[in-house]
Design a protein around this ligand. Structure first.
Ligand code: HEM
Ligand code: HEM
Ligand SMILES: [Fe+2]
Length: 441
């Protein structure tokens, strides 16, 4: 840690971690509900839809807190200056946490807008906008005041502004269901396949540059290529969500072709990471951050690139749309690209923020491998359930509940693997919060 104000990042990370744990408990409840019969009295109080809204909103909340903390850590080093206002950064953290807790309590009481992932109702979502503006103002002012610009920091700011702007399209109420879903995808798709990718690419570039000591020009040159490709394929690729919602037919072509190209920038990112790691100049301290960096590049490729490609062509999506195949991809992609990216950032920054140079990474390694293997297997069990579902419902044309009875075994496997995943999460979270210097031999 070189700048005093970077310390706020620690609190963003520390706030994100318990929310991650809570997200997993809700995921377990969801998988449990697919496998066992939950008593009606419990369902009346805590329906599946409520738990699902909590599971996914917690996911978004902890990851956004992670991105924001990451930004507060990176920007001082990139600009060579303290954060514009530390007080504002803390105020914004408390505001977001307060909004988050209110939203979750609200879902529980049935206060929801109902649109998946964007359930936060008005007027609460105006507070989200206010929080985001506070954040962008603080980060922007830091950059303007320092007036030192780098590609990494520019991409980061660009991605964050894009992310905030897109949220606005999810706020209005559209009378026409087609229009409603049309804009819903602007938020969901253009977040994860656009804005979040830019934020990820820049955070990844920062960590790689610092870990490997590879020259800034080399890392940033790739950054330009990657963001160009991400935007080119990602924006037109939105079409892969317009196949069956009542939008014009040309989306079948546009969506199919451009989204089939989406794995390209992800492959580039993987190859690029491997190259930088080979060319490294710095000696290796704390191998765990490396493990996360490589793990993130590989799992990002598998979850988003391969699993995304598998069901992105309309000829296949016609059968798999909205099935557990989608959930399989959603889990692998979110985990690979964004959970691992955030955890990599935490492992990079948290020891430094505590002034620890070398730490004991035994527990952390267990955490990584347990989580990653369990999630990979969960991707497969969700996937088998999804293929059965697609085949029974859409090829054989049998009923919803007939398909459910065949899927049950695989959702049960997902639940048990979820318990293993939970043990990995608990190990990782405890390790991050109680990280200690390496004992001298
Ligand atoms: C890190 C990047 C990505 C993340 C986090 C992600 C996540 C998700 C999630 C959560 C959904 C489900 C949305 C819903 O219906 O509730 C979804 C759907 C979808 N994703 Fe991705 N995705 C990513 C990248 C990609 C890529 C690169 C492709 C294509 C190559 C792709 C193709 C699709 C398709 C076709 C659907 C619609 C599935 C359906 O019709 O039910 N995704 N994605
Ligand atoms: C113990 C671990 C977990 C279990 C058992 C679990 C289970 C589930 C289940 C059963 C659903 C509902 C699928 C449906 O609507 O039919 C779901 C949704 C979802 N979960 Fe998880 N989950 C877990 C962890 C995670 C993690 C770590 C992430 C992200 C990093 C995640 C991201 C999501 C997303 C994005 C959705 C919405 C998917 C969609 O729209 O298709 N989950 N989860
Ligand atoms: Fe998409």
């Amino acid at each position: 840690m070189e700048y005093r104000s970077q310390k706020v990042a620690y609190w963003y990370f520390a706030a994100a971690l318990p929310l991650f744990v809570l997200q997993i408990f809700l995921g377990l409840y969801l998988a449990f509900s697919y496998t066992f019969t939950v008593p009606q009295a419990v369902v009346d109080v805590f329906p599946f839809a409520t738990a699902r809204a909590m599971h996914t909103n917690l996911l978004v909340l902890w990851m956004l807190l992670g991105f924001m903390g990451g930004t507060y850590y990176i920007v001082p080093e990139e600009t060579g200056s303290e954060i514009y206002s530390e007080k504002l950064a803390f105020l914004q953290l408390f505001a977001l946490l307060a909004i988050g807790v209110t939203a979750l309590a609200g879902f529980f009481l049935g206060w929801t807008k109902g649109r998946p992932l964007l359930e936060i109702p008005p007027p609460l979502n105006y507070f989200v906008v206010a929080g985001a503006l506070l954040f962008l103002f603080n980060v922007g002012m830091t950059m303007v005041r320092a007036s030192r610009w780098t590609a990494t920091q520019g991409t980061l700011l660009g991605g964050l502004v894009f992310l905030a702007l897109l949220y606005l399209f999810g706020i209005p109420f559209y009378r026409n269901e087609v229009v409603d879903w049309y804009y819903w995808w602007w938020v969901i798709h253009l977040w994860v396949e656009g804005a979040w990718e830019l934020v990820t690419a820049s955070i990844f570039a920062f960590v790689l540059m610092n870990l490997t000591g590879v020259d800034r020009q080399v890392v940033e040159k790739w950054l330009y290529v990657e963001i160009g490709l991400f935007l080119f394929t990602g924006i037109a690729g939105t079409g892969h969500h317009y196949y069956w919602i009542g939008a014009p037919r040309y989306w079948l072509w546009i969506g199919g072709i451009f989204s089939a190209l989406e794995p390209l920038p992800i492959v580039l990112m993987l190859v690029d990471t491997m190259n930088h790691i080979k060319e490294r100049k710095n000696p290796i301290v704390n191998r765990l951050t490396w493990t996360y960096a490589v793990g993130c590049a590989v799992m990002h490729f598998i979850g988003a690139g391969v699993w995304g490609f598998l069901h992105t062509l309309p000829q296949i999506n016609y059968y798999t749309h909205g099935s557990q195949v989608t959930a399989s991809h959603g889990h692998l992609a979110f985990f690979g690209a964004y959970a691992l990216l955030n955890l990599m950032t935490f492992y990079y920054a948290m020891p430094r923020l505590k002034g620890i140079r070398e730490y004991d990474d035994t527990r952390g390694k267990y955490g990584f491998w347990i989580m990653t293997s369990a999630m990979m297997l969960m991707g497969l069990t969700f996937g088998v359930a999804g293929v059965l579902q697609s085949y029974i419902e859409r090829v054989l044309g049998l009923g919803f509940m007939t398909a459910q009875s065949y899927m049950r075994l695989w959702m049960g496997a997902t639940f048990f693997l979820g318990l293993v995943f939970l043990s990995g999460v608990l190990t990782t979270v405890t390790d991050l919060l109680t990280i200690r210097p390496k004992a001298r031999a």
